[in-house]
Design a protein around this ligand. Structure first.
Ligand code: GLA
Length: 391
């Protein structure tokens, strides 16, 4: 599907491309960031997640070259430039980490058998840095779709695109992430969250209805260098699955887990308890959302946050405070929780549209970022996944 992005961003990208490469781009792509409503750290345990794509996005302009080089300019990184060849093995560049998402997509599309072309590429975006809203997944999908399109495959399967993005994280960026971010950024539907089965990769769109708003509050605590914590959580989950002889924690029930509590390392037990209970909460939340049961949704979001705080240990006191402020302001008409990988970034709230102004004022007057500012607040409606923009 082709949708119209904010035209000022498209104009900015067009000028950046023209000024950098002295020609107009051949085509543009866009891919959205995401907010996860519930189902945290369940994706790499073959569980369920319930994210939505947001209007904050990454846009890419591209034009094929007649040699085997990829040249890139990144508009949001002080117009940083990079260049690499595609007719020899493409490897990660430890000195220019931001290029690894592009290198990875190029290398892994080739590995899939796509005959990618040399190209000039310009990139812009409006995703807040360090908010944990998946700017890297948006970049991977936008670049991957652009490279596939100029190689004659504009209809590349969106699930394949997402899998290549995930592989890029694993092999080029050092994060053993699950599939959630890339998949929702590639396959999301307008006005819907996606209930994703991370084993089968089936995705069921769940309408948000007309009354419900998604509010995202960036705590101002920047997520950075958290790949180590992420990878160690994943290893603990895999250790728990091995202990029970199951393929993944999705295949474990709470009774079986509890019965073995004393046999397991206490930390591994708590990690597994988070995952097993969070998968169940995600199912209930999808039902509550479909039925418009905001009170139940709020209760599930609160439980999810407590489980991330106490069992998975990925929250921070300032984030807990922000979640509490939101939950108190919203009362029984929705809820709030930290969203994403953890250790800072954004908090998500679900609430009726007519409460947005009140809740926003409450948060602006009572929460301060570490720098002492009022927080950045985004009110979102779910957007569609990655697409090509006709020029
Ligand atoms: C990051 C990862 C996802 C997922 C979340 C936590 O965003 O990229 O795969 O594991 O953390 O739910």
């Amino acid at each position: 599907m082709t949708i119209s992005p904010p035209s000022d961003m498209q104009d900015r990208l067009h000028s950046l491309f023209r000024n950098s490469f002295d020609v107009a781009p051949g085509l543009m792509t866009r891919a959205p960031g995401r907010v996860n409503l519930i189902g945290e750290h369940t994706d790499y345990n073959d569980g369920f997640v319930l994210p939505a794509a947001i209007s904050r996005q990454t846009m890419v302009a591209i034009k094929p070259r007649d040699d085997a080089r990829i040249r890139i300019i990144a508009g949001d990184l002080d117009s940083a430039r990079a260049e690499f060849a595609i007719d020899r093995p493409i490897t990660p560049d430890p000195d220019a980490h931001w290029t690894n998402y592009i290198r990875g997509m190029a290398a892994l599309l080739q590995a899939e058998g796509l005959d990618i072309l040399g190209a000039d590429i310009a990139i812009v975006g409006d995703m807040p840095q360090g908010a944990g809203l998946s700017s890297s997944a948006a970049l991977e999908n936008a670049v991957g779709l652009a490279l596939a399109a100029i190689a004659g495959q504009p209809d590349i399967d969106r699930t394949l695109l997402a899998k290549i993005g995930q592989q890029t994280e694993h092999e080029f960026a050092g994060c053993q992430c699950g599939i959630m971010d890339q998949l929702v950024s590639a396959r999301a539907e307008q006005d819907h969250a996606l209930l994703i089965d991370c084993r089968s990769l089936d995705a069921t769109p769940i309408s948000l209805g007309d009354d419900l708003a998604i509010m995202i509050v960036h705590s101002g605590i920047t997520r950075g260098l958290v790949a180590g914590e992420y990878n160690s959580r994943r290893a603990e989950c895999e250790a728990a699955a091995r202990h029970f002889g199951v393929r993944a924690l999705r295949d474990l029930d709470l009774g079986t887990l509890n019965a073995e509590a004393l046999e397991l390392d206490p930390q591994v037990f708590r990690r597994a308890r988070h995952v097993v209970t969070e998968i169940a909460r995600t199912h209930y939340a999808a039902e509550a959302l479909a039925m418009g049961d905001l009170e139940l949704l709020g209760a599930l979001m609160a439980e999810s946050h407590h489980s991330m705080r106490d069992d998975f240990e990925i929250s921070l006191p300032a984030i807990d405070g922000l979640v509490e402020l939101l939950a108190t302001a919203i009362g029984a008409q929705g809820g709030a929780r930290m969203t994403g990988g953890g250790f800072g970034g954004a908090v998500v709230a679900l609430l009726p549209h007519d409460m947005v102004t009140f809740v926003q004022r409450q948060i602006e007057s009572s929460y301060r970022t570490p720098k002492g500012d009022a927080p950045m607040i985004m009110v979102e409606n779910p957007c569609a996944g990655a697409s090509i923009i006709t020029l």
